[in-house]
Write a protein that binds this ligand. Structure first.
Ligand SMILES: Cc1ncc(COP(=O)(O)O)c(C=O)c1O
Length: 392
């Protein structure tokens, strides 16, 4: 059946829960950092599935890997061994420095697993998280997520006594730790709250405090992982090894997959945790292909270089976006960029869409740019030019 964009938008309203504030565009296909709508109009995509499509749309290597795996075996129970799952775990351990992996299907599930593991290995149930943090929408993840707008309709939440302390303030964590504290959970760079980059040394200081107090450190690398910030993981900027780490989003190049990673000695025993789909062969084949592309095309370095290039352009003293009175601050690392405005940015999202650029507004006033890491320099230039015209 061929439906018009208007019919799709109308039926969406009728049949889907209205959980998303969507832009009025029906996307249909994509290549690299470009997506096309149903009428064939092309958009430069700086949303990238919200930091998912790191290797770009329809990368041939990922498409071929998924196709080949689909023709062989899409799913079997975790009661049996499959090669892609084991190979992916080995590769994730190598790039992250972590010891063991548990696979699930989304970011929030990896957080649930992390919280569960922390409770199990410490025998304690209190968590410390940061103001502004976002860790997911299921009830456990929501318990350690800060913003009342995400939490209030569902309170009381599952975990009691979660303490939120100022982000980028390691001493606040030291003060909040007590005998009941199982773990501290942090994003290496906060995404949803508007791309907040902590000072160099913050994570290292938190690591030391956690070690001194025998409290676990959980780093949520769901948004910052796989080259997004110009290093494999956000933690690598500070050279920090967490006890537990979570990953999802870019891991599967668009195929849903999440992972819990933990240091040696921190693990579940048989029957303590499980996921029907977790680490199925199709998801793992997509992730393996994606990791290969990231390595082979040097996308971690590319993210760093293009991020630096973007910052140079926008901070140009005379014409740069940063000098505009509407811009409060431009921050970020690699291709995880936030442009904080003095006013709400929803009109700017629509304006950019009209100019065929996809951008995301988070925390009301922050334009978040998390494009595919394969975005071409010319495309980034067009985005900078477009934003300059719109914002100024
Ligand atoms: C840092 C962080 N943690 C957790 C999540 C939740 O991931 P998911 O939407 O895959 O459940 C997100 C999603 O935006 C995120 O950015």
């Amino acid at each position: 059946m061929v439906w018009s964009p208007e019919a799709i938008i109308e039926k969406e309203k009728r049949y889907l829960m209205q959980t998303y504030r969507r832009s009025r565009v029906v996307l249909n296909e994509g290549r690299g950092a470009i997506v096309k709508d149903l009428s064939g109009n092309e958009y430069i995509d700086c949303v990238g599935g919200i930091a998912v499509n790191a290797v770009g749309y329809c990368h041939p290597e990922v498409v071929n890997a998924v196709r080949a795996q689909a023709e062989k075996l899409m799913h079997v129970s975790n009661l049996y061994y499959t090669a892609p799952q084991v190979e992916l775990a080995e590769q994730l351990a190598a790039i992250s420095g972590m010891d063991k992996v548990f696979f699930c299907n989304s970011g929030t599930e990896s957080i649930e697993a992390a919280l569960k593991l922390a409770c199990k290995v410490t025998g304690k149930h209190k968590f410390i998280a940061a103001e502004g943090c976002f860790h997911g929408r299921t009830l456990g993840s929501l318990s350690v997520t800060f913003e009342p707008k995400f939490r209030s309709a569902f309170e009381p939440l599952l975990l009691k006594g979660v303490q939120f302390v100022r982000y980028n303030d390691a001493e606040a964590i030291r003060k909040a730790i007590d005998d009941e504290t199982a773990a501290v959970i942090l994003e290496p760079i906060q995404g949803e709250s508007g791309v907040h980059v902590p000072s160099a040394g913050y994570l290292k200081a938190v690591r030391e405090i956690c070690t001194e107090n025998k409290v676990l450190l959980i780093l949520d690398e769901i948004q910052t992982g796989f080259g997004r910030t110009g290093r494999w993981f956000g933690k690598d900027h500070d050279g920090v090894e967490p006890d537990i780490m979570t990953a999802a989003k870019a891991l599967g190049a668009g195929f849903p997959i999440g992972a819990l990673l933990a240091q040696e000695g921190l693990e579940f025993q048989a029957g303590e945790h499980a996921s029907t789909f977790g680490g199925n062969p199709l998801a793992c084949a997509a992730a393996l292909a994606s990791l290969h592309v990231i390595k082979h095309e040097r996308l971690v370095e590319r993210s760093r270089e293009l991020g630096n290039y973007f910052m140079e352009q926008v901070r140009d003293a005379e014409n740069g976006l940063a000098s505009s009175p509407q811009v409060k601050e431009i921050r970020g690392k690699g291709l995880m960029i936030g442009i904080e405005l003095t006013t709400p940015c929803s009109d700017i999202v629509q304006n950019a869409l009209d100019r065929r650029i996809l951008i995301n507004c988070t925390a009301d006033k922050v334009i978040r740019l998390v494009p595919p890491l394969v975005i071409r320099k010319e495309e980034l230039d067009k985005v900078i030019l477009g934003l300059n015209e719109i914002i100024k």
